[in-house]
Design a protein around this ligand. Structure first.
Ligand SMILES: Nc1ncnc2c1ncn2[C@@H]1O[C@H](COP(=O)(O)OP(=O)(O)OP(=O)(O)O)[C@@H](O)[C@H]1O
Ligand SMILES: [Mg+2]
Length: 404
């Protein structure tokens, strides 16, 4: 058994799979994955729970598997959230420095961030992350204003927010098992924490997590998350296109996609076919491989082009000196790296999960980036609590994790 105070659990209730990761962290910050449990997801569409009837049983299964592998009891989780309702909004806060000597204190920074957070969110929306972009003192940009002098402190922040009721679905499902939710975190930020190196975060890198029902995108530069969002399109749409285009059942489409799929329309011999034997009431079939690959290519190219367009509109494309890093199950599609290179005109690679000591190779898969990143997000707090013997401002520390 491990010391329960150093254990941290990440949980993703994804469109295709529920995945729990149990990890532990030392005072020095060494993060180790101890166990991973999974269950096939049901009742989740585009990253959101639409039918919770079977969810408690599936969650229990995934958590039990992770508990047994890690030999710990799971009492609380860091829960991932995603969905088309999650958006990023930039906001500014101002705060007059009231002290006689005009020295800026940590409390002034807290006050200006509180101001920056109090933006007019759409009705029923809830802030998930407050990410510092930079501070200003009397109009001059500064990285860390504490200890400096001025009359007026300013803060530019990116607020990631989502619909309160839609965020509650996953939280309620976890609580129904008498398991606490320590906090929620956006899946894209979690994946980014799991795979990006400090160099990539400094240079400017786009993280794309291509899942079954959603694709999250996150831009990090100078160590700060500048832009993030969700496109509610993923691998399920590719499979659904194969159902329509090839007139085959969904289960078979999913299987063919994973076993033989390619995002490159040229990845075939002239006239090459896939021979499907008869079975399950279907006659034997011959599928033209070029046609098959063209269906995958069209959907994946369109998905990447939509994101490229969104980033261009937000002025982010020029900030990606570190290129593009792909995570999520769909990133394993043959030919996807080349397709993304063609769309973004940037270097592209599949994310390697890093900073995980003693990790079993089986866990280093791009579809586990989100739950591992969620555990990592939680481990940051746990480590600091261990180091400070409990005297630690959690809110302040987490707000610093994705920005300065
Ligand atoms: N080798 C492969 N080739 C192509 N696609 C794959 C492969 N392996 C998995 N996938 C696809 O990846 C998707 C699942 O990815 P992932 O596990 O990251 O999704 P998820 O986290 O459950 O969903 P989401 O994050 O969108 O809610 C499925 O659409 C699956 O078909
Ligand atoms: Mg996912």
């Amino acid at each position: 058994m491990f010391d329960p105070s150093s254990v941290v659990v990440g949980l993703e209730i994804g469109t295709s799979k529920i995945c729990a990761v149990v990890a532990d962290v030392t005072v020095e910050g060494t993060f180790r994955v101890l166990g991973l449990g999974q269950a096939e997801s049901r009742g989740v569409r585009k990253g959101e729970i639409v039918n919770s009837a079977e969810l408690p049983e599936l969650l229990r299964h995934a958590l039990k598997e992770a508990e047994e592998m890690a030999d710990v009891e799971v009492r609380s989780v860091w829960l991932g959230v995603t969905g088309g309702h999650i958006h990023g909004t930039y906001n500014k806060g101002f705060h007059p420095i009231a002290s006689d000597d005009r020295e800026i204190t940590e409390d002034d920074v807290e006050d200006v961030l509180r101001m920056a957070k109090a933006l007019n969110l759409p009705a029923h929306n809830h802030p998930i992350h407050l990410i510092r972009q930079h501070f200003g003192i009397d109009g001059e940009v500064t990285e860390n204003p504490v200890g400096m002098y001025g009359n007026r402190l300013e803060a530019d922040v990116l607020v990631l927010h989502g619909n309160f009721n839609r965020l509650q679905g996953a939280i309620r499902a976890v609580k129904s098992l008498n398991i606490e939710v320590e906090d929620i975190a956006f899946n894209g930020l979690a994946s980014q924490l799991a795979v990006l190196t400090s160099e990539q975060k400094e240079l400017g890198t786009l993280l794309l997590d291509l899942g079954a029902g959603t694709t999250e995108y996150v831009v990090t530069e100078d160590g700060i998350v500048h832009h993030a969002g969700v496109l509610t399109v993923g691998g399920d749409h590719v499979s659904q296109d194969l159902v329509t285009g090839l007139r085959i059942p969904l289960g078979l489409a999913e299987q063919l996609k994973v076993e033989y799929g390619s995002a490159s329309p040229d990845d075939h011999l002239p006239g090459e076919t896939l021979e499907l034997p008869s079975g399950n009431g279907l006659a034997a079939r011959s599928i033209n491989r070029e046609h098959f690959h063209r269906i995958l290519h069209a959907r994946l190219e369109e998905t990447l082009q939509i994101i490229e367009q969104k980033l261009a509109e937000a002025g982010m494309l020029g900030r990606l000196q570190g290129g593009v890093v792909l995570t999520g199950g769909c990133s394993q599609t043959v030919g996807l790296v080349q397709l993304a290179k063609d769309v973004f005109q940037l270097p592209v690679q599949i994310g390697e999960i890093h900073c995980v000591a003693g990790m079993n190779e089986a866990v280093n898969q791009p579809e586990f980036a989100t739950p591992i990143g969620l555990a990592k997000y939680g481990s940051f707090r746990v480590q600091r609590q261990l180091a400070s013997g409990g005297r630690f401002n959690v809110r302040r520390a987490l707000s610093q994790l994705f920005g300065r």
